[in-house]
Design a protein around this ligand. Structure first.
Ligand SMILES: *[C@@H]1O[C@H](CO)[C@@H](O)[C@H](O)[C@H]1NC(C)=O
Ligand SMILES: *[C@@H]1O[C@H](CO)[C@@H](O)[C@H](O)[C@H]1NC(C)=O
Ligand SMILES: *[C@@H]1O[C@H](CO)[C@@H](O)[C@H](O)[C@H]1NC(C)=O
Length: 469
């Protein structure tokens, strides 16, 4: 999903009044947390010092600082110990095309499910009894079935103050938010690929059996459109779950979508210390993340860009120009990996080349053009009564790592029609207009049965084909 942000269309006041209804009884449970803004000059000078740590005394200071931090961390999280530095949360495939995780917030804990989304950064939940969601009657449930966080039932909830520097996170600006005398952080509005959400930022405790994360910034959404549940942002922005928790890495292996809405899951691993986890790194290939040169567009800074160099179909290179594979100086183009997108998206230029190559290599099969028109997928082949051998689809990354997708990740039979279609979509635009945003978005359908490790410490993605269940 690609969110973009805008300041309040809905006035903050109307949201507050919704939050506080019924006002008198809930008033005292929503405290204002007003933290002074940290001095940016102090922060900057600390940063530059830590970068010039050639002096022996500086190393000592660094050592002391890090051991103090480790000690403080230990004291603040008494339940955390080295054997419990990894949390495992079940990840379920769901009918609306995503994967969901349950997280517990508040005291006492309220457990809610979230779409796990590596393409955005805010974590938010449907919030208060008054939560309204338009166009949310998905196959898996109805609006009244959406579970909501009830702030007034938690003793640890606070509304994020406007002068708190975390308030700026969701607005993607490094400058302090203009508060103009307002005490609380302004309402956020996030637009996703489809749908939107809006609400107020809270500071709340995020609970794990291995230890609590206090002062976690989370969105309390009051109004949404087309959202099946809350979203747990696993992107690269400061508000994302991995960044707020200071994770060293996280990893998952998505089970097949044929288990959608069934009690079948695999573990999402959250690794808090580099030594703590038993990484399954035997046979794992790695490729470095790529930084988009443009950071002023918030969403570009949220994405995990990959250094894709080449795509081959049946061993034959598809001639894709470089600026589609890696973002250009204007920030557009490039390849990202996104668990919140269902089918991989390719810009028309890329999609046409890939589809043509499959069409050439599968030319002895009968194209199902009618089905292509109806489904929007291409190419499709009528294989009724035939068996087929499909060419391999392989992504080649800088440094030599190669990802061969499992066949079921890029070709699927549509129901029992005997028609097989490539499950990669394009915008189907006529001609080639200017490209905006990533040109290739590797969606969760193309991640099924692949172990994926987001190594945040070493800035790289690890992958290995395996059966996730
Ligand atoms: C450390 O973590 C393990 C695994 O969760 C747990 O069984 C053990 O009781 C913990 N030890 C302490 C001292 O909390
Ligand atoms: C909606 O979901 C709720 C809770 O799961 C259920 O009680 C209710 O019957 C459902 N309503 C409809 C119209 O399906
Ligand atoms: C596929 O081919 C079979 C036999 O050739 C035919 O009966 C069937 O209608 C075709 N299906 C579609 C969807 O075109």
């Amino acid at each position: 999903m690609h969110p973009s942000m805008a300041f309040s269309l809905i006035t903050i006041l109307s949201l507050i009044s919704i939050l506080c209804i019924p006002s008198s009884s809930s008033q005292d449970t929503l405290q204002l947390s007003l933290t002074p803004i940290s001095n940016p000059h102090i922060a900057a000078s600390q940063q530059s010092e830590s970068q010039t740590n050639q002096h022996p005394w500086m190393q000592t200071v660094n050592y002391l600082a890090s051991s103090s931090l480790a000690r403080a961390h230990h004291l603040k999280n008494p339940k955390l110990n080295s054997s419990a530095s990894t949390s495992a949360i079940p990840l379920f495939p769901v009918g609306y095309g995503g994967y969901s995780v349950s997280l517990s917030f508040g005291s006492p804990a309220q457990k809610l499910s979230f779409v796990m989304d590596t393409g955005s950064s805010l974590v938010w939940f449907p919030c208060t009894k008054r939560y309204q969601c338009y166009g949310c009657d998905f196959s898996t449930g109805n609006q009244t079935g959406i579970s909501k966080f009830i702030p007034k039932l938690s003793s640890s909830v606070k509304i994020l103050g406007c002068s708190n520097k975390k308030c700026g996170w969701v607005f993607g600006s490094t400058d302090p938010v203009q508060c103009n005398g307002k005490e609380i952080c302004p309402a956020y509005i996030l637009q996703y690929g489809s749908g939107s959400t809006s609400g107020l930022m809270l500071s709340e405790t995020l609970k794990f059996p291995e230890g609590d994360v206090t002062d976690f910034v989370v969105g309390c959404s009051i109004i949404s459109t087309r959202q099946p549940s809350g979203i747990a942002g696993f992107g690269r922005g400061p508000a994302s779950l991995p960044v707020q928790m200071g994770l060293k890495k996280f990893s998952y292996c998505l089970v097949s979508h044929r288990f959608d809405d069934k009690p079948v899951s695999s573990d999402l691993l959250l690794v808090r210390s580099s030594s703590g986890s038993s990484t399954k790194d035997i046979g794992v290939s790695y490729t470095k993340f790529h930084k988009n040169p443009v950071t002023s567009r918030t969403s570009f800074a949220d994405y995990y860009y990959l250094n894709l160099r080449k795509i081959t179909v049946g061993g034959k290179p598809v001639k894709i120009s470089y600026d589609f594979l890696v973002p250009g100086s204007d920030g557009n183009g490039g390849t990202i990996i996104d668990s919140g997108t269902t089918f991989t998206f390719m810009d028309d230029h890329v999609h046409n080349l890939v589809a043509k190559e499959f069409e050439n290599q599968l030319s002895k099969y009968h194209r199902a053009v009618d089905v292509e028109k109806m489904s929007g997928l291409r190419p499709c082949f009528n294989l009724t009564g035939k068996s087929v051998e499909l060419p391999e689809l392989m992504f080649h990354f800088k440094g030599g790592a190669k990802l061969t997708l499992p066949m079921a990740d890029y070709f699927s039979f549509l129901g029992d029609s005997g028609v097989l279609c490539m499950t990669i979509v394009s915008s189907n635009r006529v001609g080639s207009g200017p490209k905006t945003g990533p040109s290739i978005i590797i969606g969760n359908y193309q991640q099924q049965n692949i172990y994926l490790e987001y190594d945040l410490e070493k800035e790289r993605l690890g992958f290995k084909k395996q059966i996730c269940k």
